[in-house]
Write a new protein. Structure first.
Length: 135
Protein backbone atom coordinates (compact mmCIF):
# COMPACT_ATOMS: atom_id res chain seq x y z
CA UNK A 1 0.00 0.00 0.00
CA UNK A 2 2.82 2.47 0.82
CA UNK A 3 4.53 1.71 -2.48
CA UNK A 4 1.33 2.45 -4.36
CA UNK A 5 0.80 5.68 -2.42
CA UNK A 6 4.40 6.65 -3.08
CA UNK A 7 3.97 6.15 -6.82
CA UNK A 8 0.69 8.07 -6.87
CA UNK A 9 2.19 10.91 -4.85
CA UNK A 10 5.19 10.95 -7.16
CA UNK A 11 2.93 11.07 -10.22
CA UNK A 12 0.89 13.88 -8.66
CA UNK A 13 4.08 15.83 -7.98
CA UNK A 14 5.19 15.38 -11.59
CA UNK A 15 1.80 16.52 -12.86
CA UNK A 16 1.87 19.57 -10.60
CA UNK A 17 5.41 20.39 -11.72
CA UNK A 18 4.41 20.08 -15.38
CA UNK A 19 1.38 22.31 -14.80
CA UNK A 20 3.56 24.88 -13.04
CA UNK A 21 6.08 24.84 -15.89
CA UNK A 22 3.31 25.17 -18.47
CA UNK A 23 1.85 28.12 -16.55
CA UNK A 24 5.26 29.81 -16.30
CA UNK A 25 5.87 29.22 -20.01
CA UNK A 26 2.45 30.66 -20.84
CA UNK A 27 2.99 33.69 -18.59
CA UNK A 28 6.41 34.25 -20.16
CA UNK A 29 4.90 34.00 -23.65
CA UNK A 30 2.13 36.42 -22.74
CA UNK A 31 4.67 38.84 -21.27
CA UNK A 32 6.56 38.77 -24.57
CA UNK A 33 3.31 39.26 -26.47
CA UNK A 34 2.45 42.35 -24.42
CA UNK A 35 5.97 43.65 -25.10
CA UNK A 36 5.29 43.12 -28.82
CA UNK A 37 2.03 45.06 -28.41
CA UNK A 38 4.05 47.95 -27.05
CA UNK A 39 6.33 47.82 -30.11
CA UNK A 40 3.29 47.67 -32.39
CA UNK A 41 1.81 50.69 -30.62
CA UNK A 42 4.98 52.65 -31.32
CA UNK A 43 4.80 51.62 -34.98
CA UNK A 44 1.14 52.68 -35.15
CA UNK A 45 2.03 56.03 -33.62
CA UNK A 46 4.83 56.57 -36.14
CA UNK A 47 2.64 55.47 -39.08
CA UNK A 48 -0.06 57.91 -38.00
CA UNK A 49 2.43 60.77 -38.11
CA UNK A 50 3.49 59.74 -41.64
CA UNK A 51 -0.05 59.18 -42.86
CA UNK A 52 0.46 55.55 -44.00
CA UNK A 53 -3.23 54.67 -43.76
CA UNK A 54 -3.10 51.23 -45.40
CA UNK A 55 -0.48 49.80 -43.04
CA UNK A 56 -1.99 51.73 -40.15
CA UNK A 57 -5.39 50.08 -40.64
CA UNK A 58 -3.83 46.60 -40.68
CA UNK A 59 -1.73 47.27 -37.57
CA UNK A 60 -4.67 48.79 -35.67
CA UNK A 61 -6.67 45.67 -36.45
CA UNK A 62 -3.84 43.46 -35.18
CA UNK A 63 -3.49 45.50 -31.99
CA UNK A 64 -7.25 45.24 -31.39
CA UNK A 65 -7.31 41.50 -31.99
CA UNK A 66 -4.35 40.82 -29.72
CA UNK A 67 -5.54 43.08 -26.91
CA UNK A 68 -8.99 41.48 -27.00
CA UNK A 69 -7.32 38.06 -27.07
CA UNK A 70 -5.33 38.87 -23.95
CA UNK A 71 -8.56 39.87 -22.20
CA UNK A 72 -11.09 37.36 -23.53
CA UNK A 73 -9.00 34.74 -25.30
CA UNK A 74 -8.61 34.12 -29.02
CA UNK A 75 -8.51 30.74 -30.74
CA UNK A 76 -6.64 32.06 -33.80
CA UNK A 77 -3.91 33.53 -31.61
CA UNK A 78 -3.96 30.53 -29.24
CA UNK A 79 -4.63 32.85 -26.32
CA UNK A 80 -6.56 32.03 -23.20
CA UNK A 81 -8.10 35.12 -21.65
CA UNK A 82 -6.65 36.15 -18.32
CA UNK A 83 -8.28 35.03 -15.11
CA UNK A 84 -6.13 37.22 -12.85
CA UNK A 85 -8.42 40.01 -11.57
CA UNK A 86 -5.66 42.60 -11.24
CA UNK A 87 -4.22 41.92 -14.69
CA UNK A 88 -7.70 41.92 -16.20
CA UNK A 89 -8.40 45.29 -14.58
CA UNK A 90 -5.11 46.65 -15.95
CA UNK A 91 -5.77 45.26 -19.44
CA UNK A 92 -9.15 46.97 -19.41
CA UNK A 93 -7.44 50.26 -18.52
CA UNK A 94 -5.12 49.74 -21.49
CA UNK A 95 -8.11 48.92 -23.69
CA UNK A 96 -9.96 52.08 -22.64
CA UNK A 97 -6.91 54.27 -23.29
CA UNK A 98 -6.28 52.44 -26.58
CA UNK A 99 -9.83 53.17 -27.77
CA UNK A 100 -9.32 56.91 -27.19
CA UNK A 101 -5.89 56.83 -28.84
CA UNK A 102 -7.22 54.84 -31.80
CA UNK A 103 -10.12 57.27 -32.28
CA UNK A 104 -7.71 60.21 -32.33
CA UNK A 105 -5.50 58.48 -34.88
CA UNK A 106 -8.43 57.58 -37.11
CA UNK A 107 -9.67 61.18 -36.91
CA UNK A 108 -6.16 62.48 -37.70
CA UNK A 109 -6.05 64.31 -34.38
CA UNK A 110 -2.28 63.99 -34.03
CA UNK A 111 -1.99 66.49 -31.18
CA UNK A 112 -4.47 64.59 -29.02
CA UNK A 113 -2.98 61.22 -30.03
CA UNK A 114 0.44 62.51 -28.99
CA UNK A 115 -0.97 63.48 -25.57
CA UNK A 116 -2.49 60.03 -25.11
CA UNK A 117 0.52 58.04 -26.32
CA UNK A 118 2.79 58.22 -23.24
CA UNK A 119 0.08 57.37 -20.67
CA UNK A 120 -0.90 54.40 -22.84
CA UNK A 121 2.71 53.20 -23.01
CA UNK A 122 3.03 53.57 -19.21
CA UNK A 123 -0.04 51.40 -18.71
CA UNK A 124 1.28 48.80 -21.10
CA UNK A 125 4.56 48.83 -19.15
CA UNK A 126 2.58 48.33 -15.94
CA UNK A 127 0.82 45.36 -17.53
CA UNK A 128 4.17 43.88 -18.58
CA UNK A 129 5.40 44.26 -14.99
CA UNK A 130 2.34 42.47 -13.67
CA UNK A 131 2.89 39.52 -16.01
CA UNK A 132 6.58 39.43 -15.08
CA UNK A 133 5.68 39.13 -11.40
CA UNK A 134 3.78 35.90 -12.04
CA UNK A 135 6.69 34.35 -13.95
Amino acid sequence: IFLTLGVEASELSKDKLEQTRAFELEANSVTKLVEKQKELLKKIYELSKRGDKKTLKKDISLFDKTLNGLIEGDVDLALIGTTDKDILKQLNIVKKEWEYFKKDIKNSNSKRAEERYNPLVKNIDKTIGMYQKIN
